[in-house]
Ligand binder design. Sequence first.
Ligand SMILES: *Cc1c(COP(=O)(O)O)cnc(C)c1O
Length: 396
Amino acid sequence: MSACYVTHLECSLTGRQYPAGEVHGLSAEGRPLLVRYDLDALAAGLERQDLAGRTDGFWRYREFLPVRQPENRISLGEVVTPLVPLSTPDGGRGELLVKDEGRLPTGSFKARGLALAVSMAKELGLHRLAMPTNGNAGAALAAYGSRAGMESVVFCPDDTPEVNLSEIELQGAVTWRVDGLIDDCGRIVRERSEEEGWFDVSTLKEPYRIEGKKTMGFELAEQLGWTLPDVILYPTGGGTGLIGMWKAFAELRAVGWLEGKLPRMVAVQADGCAPIVRAFEAGEEHAPRWEGAHTVAAGIRVPAAIGDFLILRAVRESGGFAVSVSDEAILDARREVARRDGLLLCPEGAATWAAWRAATADGRIGVDEKVVLFNCATGLKYPLPLVSRHYEAAAD
Ligand SMILES: *Cc1c(COP(=O)(O)O)cnc(C)c1O
């Protein structure tokens, strides 16, 4: 039996406290709520070695998670995702590792967040969940929602990759195409939730997806012997994973499990949708909406992020930076890594490789540093180049 160490929820802007064990969306100020734990009690009750025999993927960190009743943990067989080394240019003594999140259920790391959101929805007695999505989050909601016996409704921009629309529908969500971007989809969910009795599980609009995403930080630390790399490059849309990992590192540090220093966090975006990069460079705390957003990396096509200030804060606190790359560089990176290392990255993951290469060229990342890239989804979910080479068997 595992104890639950949640003490309360806290507004990420004002610090105002909210009771645990109740349904919450945003804080009164319209900001994300963060889950807080009694980390002293947790540290007294659990040691790093206690995790050794656990085999249930990210649920191995259950003491750091908010689900109280084990029967409410909705699982589809999560795995600890591997760190796959990539080749680096000659002369570099550094290490380049890809955390390959494409191995999770539904083929993306959205499984982490939605597993927690759906499990908590079950624990809190909710039945109908809705969200806007660029694809992967909707697939994870559909799958975990169906697994939990809940209804889910998903709104996708019209040009969401067809495979995402199909997988969402097949896994049991009512799936709508919308002629707009993800924030237009978000508005529909917001406006219709009350009337339809939906609970809005949009990025950071409920408190628990971030708790699932933070398990990336726990896994990474444990895989690296409770140390962290010099730099983490993260493809940033809504920023849940980046904020979540930064929270995980703070929690690990508070319980005394971490050795050495924290990594520099680098938020990677696409040139066609780079609100966080623009705000970072302007020294701003918030990131105004990016107009006319477009990129092949659909997962990071998020024109406005409700957790913008949390992303920017984590990046700055860590001594990292925000950087964007072109779609051409993303597709080149995907081709190069697939050919050279045999790993098919998703475009968002390829963006981190392109950003790593640019940053080692301009000196922002040293060639001798240990770097972790996040490949957030399987490359197989995305449109791939056609093969045109044709062999005439009859003429042989
Ligand atoms: C959602 C998503 C992202 C962005 O993740 P956030 O934590 O919301 O910033 C990046 N890549 C892929 C493949 C995604 O599905």
